[in-house]
Write a protein that binds this ligand. Structure first.
Ligand code: SF4
Length: 343
């Protein structure tokens, strides 16, 4: 495997770089006192899951422990729980509670379809080449979505069996990918499929969850111990903006809770796309919250590439490109707050 592309480590991404160097494992197989078949209710499985998740990290160092292979693994348990949740879907905080085997919820996703997968050279430098897998469908409905062709067409794309995708991921790893990067649309509706795929991987590879961060608390618990690096899209500083521009209820509460959970669970890079006219309501509050709750060492990518696509023309505030001065104000604000890892 070609590892010459590995970037200089950023201290806040220690776990990610340790996996790249083969020092740590991507996720932890843990021995289970397997509950008897008859006791496998969802409630009992959560109880077992919580017991194991408490043991997953070394208590003194906080590092993931070396995996122990067993016939019944932590990941298997997570998949069984996800299978149950799939039948009354609460993967994201829309909580449609529909049986995904028969019905379609807000995201429109039933079976997981893949729009494309390739070695992405346009992600953050520490991630490239990143084996990026674009799923169709999304839990948001952003009027300006830059990936509208796949986010709003959940039936497009092709279904690939998890074992086939796992082989593709292994092959890309062998040929030099630094990570596998699950994105969309959004990966959340595909949680069960993604867990099944990860179970079949042979290569030890950092797993990146590239998401709008509207997962349910239950989904966050299932991701804990599986995801190595959370690549978050922290868009809005106000519920009003989130509801008006992306049709998202309770955005702030959900996304801040999930950032706190992810920060505890793995490494993190936070993306923030600066929107025109949204410095005071969104950019500044988002940066203030990160500073207060996650500290100054968190890795942040403040992005300027907003384009007024699709329905953006119907919203006076976002119907133009970002001014250079707006972007510079965002950067200066972040610098003033003392962030040490602006990338
Ligand atoms: S993932 Fe889709 S079906 Fe499931 S709760 Fe969210 S929007 Fe509804």
């Amino acid at each position: 495997m070609n590892r010459t592309n590995i970037q200089k480590p950023i201290e806040s991404l220690n776990h990610y770089f340790a996996i790249l160097k083969g020092i740590e494992y991507s996720f932890s197989y843990k021995s289970l006192n397997t509950p008897a078949k008859a006791q496998k209710t969802l409630k009992n499985m959560w109880i077992e899951h919580d017991k194991i998740s408490r043991k997953t990290k070394n208590e003194s160092t906080g590092e993931l422990e070396k995996p122990v292979e067993t016939s019944f693994s932590y990941l298997d348990l997570k998949i069984e729980i996800a299978e149950e949740l799939f039948t009354r879907c609460i993967f994201c905080e829309r909580r449609c509670e529909i049986n995904r085997n028969k019905e379609i919820g807000y995201c429109g996703v039933q079976n997981s379809k893949i729009a494309s997968e390739f070695l992405h050279m346009g992600e953050e430098r520490v991630l490239v080449p990143s084996h990026t897998i674009f799923f169709t469908g999304c839990t948001f409905n952003c009027v300006y979505c830059q990936n509208m062709d796949i986010s709003r067409n959940p039936r497009e794309g092709i279904f690939i069996k998890p074992n086939v995708l796992a082989n593709i991921i292994d092959e890309k790893r062998e040929s030099g990918s630094l990570n596998v990067n699950f994105v969309g649309g959004d990966p959340c509706p595909h949680l069960l499929y993604i867990l099944k795929t990860i179970r079949l991987l042979k290569e030890n590879i950092p797993i990146v969850w590239n998401s709008n961060f509207y997962m349910s608390k239950e989904a966050m618990c299932l991701l804990d111990g599986v995801i190595d690096l959370y690549l978050t899209d922290f868009k809005y500083g106000s519920n009003e903006c989130a509801l008006r521009l992306s049709e998202i209820p309770d955005y702030w509460d959900v996304v801040t809770r999930n950032h706190k959970m992810a920060f505890e669970a793995g490494d993190m890079i936070i993306r923030h796309l600066v929107l025109p006219n949204h410095l005071k309501c969104c950019t500044f509050p988002v940066l203030d919250w990160i500073r207060k709750n996650l500290g100054v060492n968190v890795v942040i990518n403040i992005m300027a590439q907003y384009r007024p696509l699709y329905g953006a023309v119907n919203h006076y505030d976002i119907s133009r490109h970002l001014y250079k001065e707006e972007y510079l104000k965002a950067i200066r604000y972040a610098q003033k707050l003392g962030f040490k890892n602006l990338i």
